[in-house]
Design a protein around this ligand. Structure first.
Ligand code: CP
Length: 321
């Protein structure tokens, strides 16, 4: 693939190649003292029109650990405040040279427009577009699940039961996870109040439920979603207390999960809303590990889009360096 716009663009082979490559790169991702020369002389642009901590910094870390040059663009403080368009911003950055553009934008479809209109010659990677998709988040989530629930490279998540809970309506993470987890053979249940499930969810490859307690009993992983207050209309959101009571993950609910099940959250978290602090910091929470894994997965995506020809990825960590 030339771009990574949607988790739905990945077939099983593509997805497993990314996860396996990330597995090879995890040592470098978590031991930043060691860099690989793979992308030396390449330029990666982080084009962020929306706030981010994890995605922007981990893409920057991933590119630098592959020896790429990184240009960080943030809409705040740029000529976007003077009305400059996405097209002119992209053309300006392209004029300085970009082998890859990692874009986060508040408008669903912006990365597709950037790629299809050829406003950049580089590979386009969707780092989150509106309420639509966040494919590298889904990849790092699948990578984390596979490490805990399966444990072997080359494998998918066949038969694993994943419960995704909360504000699905506004969640690009939920949509990308639903698509990728289905491709990898997992069974996904989305649990949310009726007002926080999107129109058209019946066409997603998932089951839906309004009953969190019933959906925890046989889950292999439970992923809590952030309540996106900034996108919320008060008329369809229950009170915070009511939401936490019915859809929050607390210690009592944690204890309903099978012993092997893991707790996930893409971050940033609303502690006390969708997840209690005790559960967020619990030994069964892999939330911090998801962040470390995100660097390895984003290294793998950059490596395969920019530097990796087919057949190169079997090299060991030492071989890659
Ligand atoms: N999970 C995620 O996308 O976090 P950021 O908004 O901090 O990048």
């Amino acid at each position: 693939i030339k771009n990574l716009l949607s988790a739905g663009d990945l077939d099983r082979t593509d997805a497993i190649r990314i996860l396996d490559t990330a597995e090879e790169l995890l040592g470098v991702a978590s031991r930043p003292i060691k860099k690989l020369p793979t992308l030396r002389g390449r330029t990666v642009v982080n084009l962020f029109f929306e706030d981010s901590t994890r995605t922007r910094i981990s893409f920057e870390a991933a590119a630098k650990r592959l020896s790429a040059d990184v240009i960080n663009f943030s809409a705040k403080g740029s000529s976007v405040s003077k009305g400059e368009s996405l097209k002119d911003t992209a053309l300006t950055l392209q004029a300085m040279g970009a082998d890859a553009v990692i874009i986060r934008h508040h408008s669903s479809g912006a990365p597709h427009r950037l790629a299809q209109a050829r406003w950049t010659k580089g590979a386009v990677i969707n780092a989150g577009d509106g309420t639509h998709e966040h494919p590298t988040q889904a990849l790092l989530d699948a990578f984390t699940m596979r490490r805990h629930l399966v444990g072997s490279t080359g494998s998918d998540l066949a038969g694993k039961k994943i419960t995704i809970v909360g504000d699905v309506l506004h969640s690009r993470v939920a949509r990308s996870n639903a698509l990728l987890l289905h491709t990898l053979g997992a069974h996904v249940t989305l649990v949310a109040p009726p007002t926080l499930l999107p129109v058209g969810v019946d066409h997603w490859p998932v089951e839906t439920s309004y009953d969190l307690d019933a959906s925890l009993e046989d889950a292999d992983a439970v992923m809590m979603l952030r309540v996106q207050a900034e996108r919320m209309n008060a008329s369809y959101f229950p009170s915070a207390r009511e939401y936490s009571r019915r859809y929050g993950l607390d210690t009592a609910r944690l204890n309903r999960l099978p012993d092997h099940a893991i707790v996930m959250h893409p971050g940033p978290m609303n502690r006390g809303m969708e997840i209690t602090a005790d559960v967020a910091d619990h030994v069964r929470s892999v939330i911090v590990e998801q962040v470390t894994n995100g660097v390895a997965v984003r290294m793998a995506v950059l490596y395969l889009l920019l530097g990796g020809a087919a057949g190169e990825t079997e090299a060991s960590e030492e071989g890659l360096s």
